[in-house]
Design a protein around this ligand. Structure first.
Ligand code: NAP
Length: 527
């Protein structure tokens, strides 16, 4: 399929006239044609007006229509074939296997949400029947379901050009909720964005939906992004990226005459706690597992393990020696964009120059552009606790080992942490159970996902997943951006009091015509 550089406004297309964006192949530094025309406020307004026009009819579609639409998008993405895979590889420097795997995950997410819509998940239907005879006051008939918030603005992520971009988790969950979507494409992969955008645009037509259900804009975050989040027709925002970008959008959203929620997934250091008996039993395997996780995708994952916490001593030294051996022999890898590579280099330099921090290992260097050399640092628990900047994420294959004097200090480090997407505990049956229980009790308040004897990279897309956590991991710790529960971000509850039967939505009618499991008088019921 030909890539044109045009923005997609419903079923029409337009070349933006306010500057040009070119994708860059990070592996070669080459600029890739064509030029993508940046939009301005006029296109933002047009896309939001279309989305608003589409909202009533789209939210009224049946579960089957909406599910079929999500499935059609998945089919259309696969139909893009190698054009999509090759363009994504060229724009990101990521290998074919990763892009193909991510395409599968993207299609899987869309199908998961189709199932969620068919099953009525996210609607949370509740019925408290009227109690006319109740004394001293009768009770009204009260019924609750969730409705979509309205049009959603989505910011594509640089590090998941398919699975968290134009048709990624934010878009899939918003469309599943019944919300039209306006995507601000990430400027690092505009061609990939256009191809996927066209797959969605085609699905809108094939499924005979209002054209305003989906639009795609190009341009800078400061112009297009700010305009989008400020538009009164936008009712929620999904974002994955930097803390600076996420907090800037939160500020805009909260300062609007009508503030709206921003679901921003931003930064996380993903601490791994290596408990003493476990570390002593197997430092070599732990080092190999950690180094694999650290270097996966040049460390450009929000779940990259950026902190290792362990008691100092011979087992930790052996773990460090194994890591040093592995990392110092590891080839450098291409990062996604020149900006991300520069941020990595300066972040690692800042960490290395911090008081009390020593560099343990650095990967092999290369003359190729935009390279990430894996780096491992170490510090003491006291130095870590004394300097807040040591808790900050360095996006890429960079990690900091925190040497603790004893188990109590490991717990102290855990308590000092800010919000995280994940926290891992490596623990066998010989560990101090009190320590383990105390760690869980601290970490479950710090992280969205607590995992045992595993590595944080690799986020399963399923019903129980939480990819979230307290700030700065995300802007709203009550939600997840990955998995079925992500739909809840774009819906809100409405209570229907004494509404005549013929006006009740099907989800909460007395006949249970959708056949849902509902909370009736406080008890789950299929009746
Ligand atoms: P980013 O700079 O935050 O950009 C993400 C999106 O937000 C882009 O579309 C960008 O537009 C827009 N944006 C950024 N700042 C904005 C602002 N002030 N107002 C409105 N829109 C704004 O993230 P990135 O380019 O993907 O990567 C940069 C850094 O983000 C990385 O080095 C890393 O530290 C972090 N990051 C973290 C994660 C994670 O999951 N934790 C993932 C990716 C990146 P433009 O087109 O103008 O850039």
């Amino acid at each position: 399929m030909k890539i044109t550089g045009n923005m997609l406004l419903g079923q029409s297309e337009q070349l933006g006239q306010y500057g040009e964006i070119f994708a860059i192949n990070p592996a070669t530094g080459e600029q890739l044609p064509p030029a993508f025309g940046s939009g301005n406020q006029q296109q933002v307004t047009a896309a939001c007006a279309l989305a608003e026009d589409a909202f009533q009819s789209y939210r009224s579609t049946s579960a089957e229509q909406r599910a079929a639409f999500l499935e059609q998008i998945a089919v259309n993405i696969l139909d893009l074939g190698d054009d999509l895979v090759e363009r994504a590889m060229a724009e990101t420097g990521l290998p074919r296997a990763r892009i193909e795997g991510e395409r599968g995950r993207t299609m899987g997410q869309l199908r998961l949400f189709a199932g969620v819509v068919r099953a009525g998940q996210g609607l949370d239907p509740r019925i408290d029947p009227a109690m006319p005879e109740r004394q001293p006051l009768p009770r009204s008939d009260l019924r609750q379901r969730h409705v979509p918030l309205g049009p959603v603005a989505v910011f594509g992520a640089s590090n998941f050009p398919l699975a968290f971009s134009v048709a990624g988790g934010d878009t899939a969950s918003a469309l599943a909720a019944g919300a039209p979507v306006v995507v601000k494409a990430h400027s690092a992969h505009p061609g990939t964005s256009e191809l996927v955008g066209r797959a969605i645009q085609l699905a809108v037509k094939q499924c005979d939906l209002h054209q305003g259900v989906f639009s795609l804009l190009y341009g800078s975050g400061r112009m297009i992004g700010t305009g989008l989040v400020s538009d009164p027709r936008i009712k929620a925002v999904g974002f994955t990226g930097s803390q600076a970008g996420g907090t800037a959008l939160m500020k805009i959203a909260f300062e609007r005459p009508e503030p709206i929620p921003v679901y921003a997934e931003m930064s996380s250091a993903n601490p791994m706690f290596l408990l003493p008996a476990t570390l002593a039993a197997n430092p070599t395997a732990l080092a190999a597992g950690f180094c694999g996780s650290l270097q996966m995708g040049a460390g450009q994952f929000c779940t990259n393990p950026g902190l290792i916490v362990a008691v100092d001593g011979a087992p930790l030294q052996q773990f460090i020696d194994e890591c040093t051996g592995l990392l110092s022999q590891s080839p450098s890898q291409t990062m996604l964009t020149p900006g991300i590579q520069q941020a990595y280099v300066s972040g690692a330099e800042r960490l290395g120059q911090s008081t009390g921090v020593e560099q343990l290992a650095k990967g092999l260097c290369s003359d190729a552009p935009n390279q990430c050399q894996a780096t491992l640092f170490a510090t003491s628990a006291e130095a870590f606790i004394a300097d807040k900047r040591l808790t900050e994420e360095v996006f890429g294959s960079c990690s900091l080992v925190i040497r603790c004097q004893d188990e109590a200090q490991m717990l102290k480090v855990a308590k000092h942490l800010e919000g995280q997407l994940t926290a891992s505990i490596h623990c066998n049956d010989n560990e101090n159970e009190d320590l383990v229980r105390n760690l869980i009790s601290v970490l479950e308040l710090k992280a969205g996902r607590v995992l045992f004897n595993g590595y944080p990279t690799g986020v399963e897309v399923c019903h129980a997943m939480v990819h979230g956590g307290p700030y700065p991991a995300t802007s709203d710790s009550r939600s997840t951006s990955v998995g079925a529960a992500a739909i809840q971000r774009f819906m809100r509850p409405v209570c229907y009091q004494d509404v005549p039967e013929k006006y009740l939505p099907a989800e909460i009618d007395s006949a249970n015509s959708r056949g849902l499991t509902r909370l009736v008088d406080g008890v789950l019921s299929n009746a």
